[in-house]
Design a protein around this ligand. Structure first.
Ligand SMILES: [Zn+2]
Length: 468
């Protein structure tokens, strides 16, 4: 669909065909195991009470799982495909425990068929007795499935390529062969009494009729979840919405989505997938994975917290996010990006004077995420030329100094003058305020006496150099 100029039109056509079925699912209570049968939308409105209101919730709003989703954390599978990754057993166990404490519902591990150590690590993590369910990710192949079910996992994620590229250049199998082997593997995993998911690979560049047909087939034989994968990171939010919504209309099982971030869309696409009825989102810590990786756990949490803070707080131990990101960043030798949602070092730093004033009065003015909910603190930067006297006044109060508003404004003018030459550190600002305050207290300084203030500051610097 990404590559075809007619792709969108095709999707629309199929969506129209299945729209009626979708509504029936929503209203009658579908077979979906996780998400779509609940009767309250994100806004809490009851269904069926507002027939005459054109703005009343529509049937499609009841597909929305923004407040009813599960995270499949794939740092220990997708994350192993990150260029810098090499996790030894202890590191894998530390990451698994941290993610389990955070509260993710599933951990996905590298296929035990990949290597002997991968198999041993998979078994070791299964034995930890974590609350999170343990999954492993395998090719749609009986040899892999036989190894996987022996490791003690709670479920197996099966994947096979369905795009014409993969069918031609990778495994070379046609759809009837893919369907036959999928049925065999799914039935085998189910016979062991554990969860099974069937996913296509490169779903957004696969033929829609092929996709829907194989998903319907595996749904009929009782797969727990079907997975959509934007393996190449080509999808945009509208394409994601249309494909998930279409699929929601033709299968009753849960829907998982795996989204690569090549164009920076992974978080937006994950959010949209939930709106369209997906139930499970794949993430990795800091988004690490093949190429630039997938939907990052922290960014997705920020996005879903913004939609419903209470729900997200009740599910996850948000105060652990920074620790988990630091753990993984260190393990793969990268830094947490400055602009990372929540934990980037500027995430809660406010600079402009006009912002600082409002933030100090009511943080919600310029913050949709509360730093304290993540065990973090906000920082109002004041030693720069854009500063304002309200922010400086708040610092004066924090330092326990007594200055009138006129005196604070006068001191602020001096900070701005100095900051026009170079940015002032918090220490610089604090000393200036202390010098200003003691000048006022001793009677040596009055508002507007610029030269006296300059002299007092010079004397202060000289004393400091003398004592240093
Ligand atoms: Zn991937």
């Amino acid at each position: 669909m990404c590559s075809s100029p007619n792709g969108d039109a095709d999707t629309n056509g199929v969506q129209e065909m299945v729209a009626v079925e979708t509504r029936q699912n929503g209203m009658n209570g579908s077979r979906a195991r996780n998400g779509t049968a609940h009767h309250h939308g994100a806004n809490g409105h009851s269904f069926g009470t507002q027939h005459h209101n054109p703005y009343a919730p529509r049937a499609s709003d009841f597909l929305n799982n923004v407040c009813n989703f599960k995270i499949i954390e794939s740092t220990l599978r997708e994350g192993e495909q990150f260029a810098n990754s090499f996790f030894d057993t202890d590191t894998k166990i530390a990451i698994a425990k941290a993610l389990d404490n955070f509260g993710v519902e599933y951990l996905e591990l590298t296929s035990p068929a990949a290597s002997e150590q991968s198999r041993r690590d998979c078994e070791a993590i299964c034995k930890l007795g974590l609350k999170a369910k343990i999954l492993t990710h395998i090719r749609c192949h009986m040899d892999d499935a036989r190894i996987a079910v022996e490791t003690g996992v709670d479920g197996v994620d099966v994947v096979i390529g369905t795009s014409s590229f993969l069918r031609e250049f990778s495994h070379g199998k046609d759809m009837s062969y893919i369907t036959k082997i999928a049925i065999e593997v799914i039935n085998f995993v189910k016979s062991k009494g554990i969860e099974v998911r069937f996913s296509t690979e490169d779903s957004f560049r696969s033929d829609l009729v092929d996709l829907l047909s194989i998903y319907q087939t595996v749904d009929k034989i009782g797969v727990d979840r079907v997975g959509i994968a934007d393996t190449v990171g080509c999808a945009n939010p509208r394409q994601v919405y249309e494909l998930v919504r279409t699929l929601r209309g033709v299968v009753g099982c849960d829907i998982e989505i795996h989204l690569h971030n090549d164009t920076g869309m992974a978080i937006a696409n994950a959010y949209t997938a939930l709106e369209a009825g997906a139930t499970h989102i794949d993430t990795s810590v800091l988004g690490i994975g093949e190429r630039v990786g997938i939907t990052p756990l922290g960014g997705l949490v920020a996005c879903l917290y913004a939609a419903n803070p209470e729900y997200v707080k009740s599910k996850y131990n948000l105060g652990m996010l920074r620790e988990i990101e630091n753990l993984v960043a260190e393990a793969v030798e990268v830094n947490v990006p400055f602009s990372n949602p929540i934990t980037g070092y500027v995430a809660f730093t406010h600079k402009a004077g006009i912002h600082a004033k409002a933030i100090l009065n009511n943080p919600s003015t310029y913050e949709i995420l509360k730093p304290e909910d993540f065990g973090l603190t906000r920082y109002v930067s004041i030693g720069h030329r854009l500063t304002g006297w309200n922010a400086v006044k708040s610092r004066v109060e924090q330092l326990g100094l007594q200055l009138s508003d006129d005196e604070v404004k006068d001191a602020t003018a001096k900070i701005k003058e100095l900051a026009d030459v170079r940015t002032q550190s918090m220490d610089d600002v604090d000393s200036l305020l202390r010098v200003y305050h003691s000048g006022i207290q001793s009677g040596a300084l009055e508002v507007g006496q610029k030269e006296t203030l300059d002299r007092l500051l010079r004397e202060h610097r000289a004393t400091q150099l003398g004592t240093a």
